[in-house]
Ligand binder design. Structure first.
Ligand code: 5GP
Length: 182
């Protein structure tokens, strides 16, 4: 079914304000330390590039790609690593940068898996959070914005690989399932 943008849920100015405030919290919490931002591709790439530019602590970045959705339309709980980090995170202060927390399954897996690599600390920073859909508990230290249970696109988030380039967070028409592909 064809889907079009129905309405803007979060405009670009509001998103910019969210990035500044989450960045200020990270700057305060990590003052005097160096952080390793781990970007979960592909959805978090826009958030990462905004977030890293408001940080004034020393920053290194790395990327992971995981697949949390099967071929169907909802999270299966099976998380596959499609691309692993280049860097060794042992002894580093890691912040996992995610686009959105939905069921929590992806982040719970990632946090547990990365913890086994002995980072000095590990935290999660998600641009958006949909707590209404949570299936498992996962500590998300930095949440940009809590949103209602709507399937969103834009600001890095896709439907069927499209819409990531929209500067605003939007809701699509013809809500016939969830087809995010990380
Ligand atoms: P979780 O494991 O928390 O259920 O899944 C998180 C991932 O599902 C996100 O990183 C994102 O790729 C995808 N996802 C969850 N909710 C949405 C949404 O509203 N829109 C889009 N485009 N993807 C979503």
């Amino acid at each position: 079914m064809a889907r079009n943008v129905k309405h803007v849920l979060i405009g670009r100015e509001e998103i910019a304000g969210m990035v500044r405030s989450v960045g200020a919290r990270i700057n305060a919490d990590y003052a005097g330390r160096e952080v390793m931002l781990v970007c979960v591709l592909k959805g978090a790439c826009v958030f990462l590039s905004d977030l890293m530019r408001v940080l004034d602590v020393p920053v290194a970045i790395d990327f992971m790609s995981v697949s949390s959705y099967g071929s169907g339309t909802s999270t299966t709980g099976t998380v596959r690593i499609l691309r692993d980090l280049d860097a060794d995170i042992a002894g580093k202060h890691v912040i996992v940068v995610e686009d959105i927390v939905d069921t929590g399954l992806t982040l719970r897996y990632l946090k547990e898996m990365l913890s086994t690599r002995r980072p000095a600390s590990i935290a999660v920073c998600a641009a958006f959070d949909k707590p209404a859909r949570r299936k498992v508990h996962v500590e998300v230290e930095y949440v940009g914005m809590t949103i209602p249970d709507e399937f969103i696109v834009g600001y890095g988030l896709d439907f069927g690989g499209k819409y990531r380039n929209l500067p605003d967070v939007c809701v699509l028409s013809d809500d016939d399932g969830q087809g995010g592909t990380k």
